[in-house]
Design a protein around this ligand. Structure first.
Ligand SMILES: C[S@@+](CC[C@H](N)C(=O)[O-])C[C@H]1O[C@@H](n2cnc3c(N)ncnc32)[C@H](O)[C@@H]1O
Ligand code: SF4
Length: 456
């Protein structure tokens, strides 16, 4: 994340929430427990109800974290475990089901349906067909997602088989997201990926045959070893597959990756391309995808047919929905309170299976102003902000409130400002240059006390 810094240094990060995770504490867990114990739609004093439809009850999503991977990629910063035996996986799946049975009983859950479901990781597709079927059978004793408009499932290509892909469709997955990252076997190997390109092509046939409404491909701009020639080839091959959407991340080096740890030890030069080069690669990809009929849907995503494909998880989350987070180290937001589950394996399993308690680790109750900042910085990742949305929901004119920041971004060529900030439909828009560095533009909206703190 950077506007000006040229090198990709250790410690860069991707902004996905506000206030920063480092500010969440175990002291606030009581607030979360109180929120869970209230019926949906009622709030504690000062908390903001994020109803988008005037019902008083915000949309609700379910996130399930499956933390297993075949190998740890050298760039990855997620909570993952490798070399886990079948018995431990079974214990984890049992804990996850029990966790869901515990939350399903909470007053805040009563009478609510899941609008969207997200199996993330780690690698959810690491689970076998049998493990998946058993997980879902057990989960459906406590919750259903019959009414959900989107069920996403993240996959690593080499973990897929034809029966597994079919099973995912039969189990109700509507959006399959495939971690391709790159098509060069040398680059995949260098970066510690467990799969090679032939596994992508093999899996693609099964995925096409299963007819998911939406298939997304993940790519990373700036894998170690990336070159212009290879990047052009990545985009050409992705277009050939013609997925409904493509997500392109710019490589970050947070502190906990294998590459970052090595760099901190050796004090050597970053092996990752500088920010300008990574942005040039994404700009090139955006241009070529647009020439081929795709539209830009956010700083990271292009979509083939915006009328057909929506992003329920992303769009609801960025408009302040509730997200019930389950699984080790998961992040969620319920009843006006942010929270994260405990990240330690033994503690997560022990709290659920031995103590029959929710594995809550840390929490934070944002103020109304902090919820406004959170929604504004997340929605800015789409490239535009609707002024009337913020006026209606937060009674704030975000253009006036941060006028100096917007003027600065407009002068630098990153933003286009509205002629009137009160006319219906008025928007603040980012230029492509702004969109390509959006994560670097966001800390300027943070409250002063959070500007120089560690993010995670
Ligand atoms: C949970 S993984 C997706 C599923 C599966 N684990 C896989 O990798 O195929 C989510 C995505 O995060 C992205 N990612 C992981 N580490 C990253 C980093 N350091 N910088 C940018 N993107 C990263 C990758 O594109 C990856 O596909
Ligand atoms: S990028 Fe995906 S496969 Fe690689 S370690 Fe991270 S979660 Fe696992």
């Amino acid at each position: 994340m950077s506007t000006e810094a040229t090198k990709t240094e250790v410690g860069s990060y991707f902004i996905s929430n506000y206030p920063p995770f480092s500010q969440w504490t175990s002291d606030a867990i009581g607030d979360l427990q109180a929120a869970l114990a209230r019926p949906a739609g009622s709030t504690s004093q000062g908390a903001l109800q994020n109803s988008s439809e005037g019902t008083g009850v915000p949309p609700l999503g379910l996130y399930l974290h499956i933390p297993f991977c075949r190998k740890r990629c050298k760039f990855c910063y997620f909570k993952v475990f490798t070399n886990v035996n079948a018995e431990s996986i079974e214990r984890y799946v049992s804990a996850l089901c029990q966790e869901i049975s515990l939350v399903a009983r909470q007053p805040i859950m009563q009478g609510r349906q899941f609008r969207f479901v997200y199996f993330g990781g780690g690698t959810p597709s690491f689970l076998s067909v049998k493990q998946l079927q058993s997980l879902l059978e057990r989960l459906h004793q406590y919750v259903t997602w019959d009414g959900a408009e989107e069920v996403t499932f993240e996959c690593e290509p080499g973990t897929l088989s034809e029966p597994k892909v079919k099973a995912l469709r039969d189990l109700g997955v509507t959006r399959l997201s495939l971690g391709v990252e790159n098509f060069s076997d040398a680059i995949l190997e260098e970066n510690g990926r467990a799969h090679l390109s032939k596994e992508v092509f093999r899996a693609w046939e099964w995925i096409q045959a299963a007819a998911f409404p939406n298939v997304n491909i993940d790519l990373i701009s700036g894998m170690v070893g990336e070159t212009w020639d290879n990047w052009r080839e990545n985009i050409r091959r992705t277009l050939e597959l013609s997925p409904e959407s493509v997500t392109i991340y710019q490589m970050e080096l947070p502190f906990n990756t294998v590459y970052s740890k090595g760099l901190l030890q050796t004090q050597g030069d970053s092996p990752v391309a500088d920010w300008q080069t990574k942005r040039d690669w994404v700009r090139y990809a955006f241009e070529v995808f647009q020439e081929n009929g795709y539209s830009i849907s956010s700083a990271y995503t292009v979509v083939k047919d915006p009328k057909k494909v929506s992003f329920s998880y992303r769009d609801n989350l960025w408009r302040g929905s509730d997200l019930l987070a389950t699984g080790i180290a998961s992040f969620g937001h319920v009843g006006g309170v942010h929270y994260q589950n405990v990240p330690e394996w033994d503690r997560y399993l022990g709290m659920i299976l031995d103590e029959n308690t929710l594995p809550l680790g840390r929490a934070y109750t944002p103020t109304k102003h902090q919820m406004l900042i959170r929604e504004m910085i997340l929605q800015l990742k789409k490239g535009w902000l609707d002024l009337s949305y913020f006026k209606e929901k937060f009674d704030t004119n975000i253009f006036e409130q941060w006028r100096d920041v917007w003027d600065g971004y407009a002068n630098e060529g990153y933003a286009v400002l509205p002629e009137s900030d009160v006319a219906p439909g008025s928007q603040i828009r980012l230029t492509t240059e702004g969109l390509l560095r959006v994560d670097g533009l966001l800390p300027a909206f943070f409250e002063p006390q959070f500007r120089n703190v560690r993010y995670t």
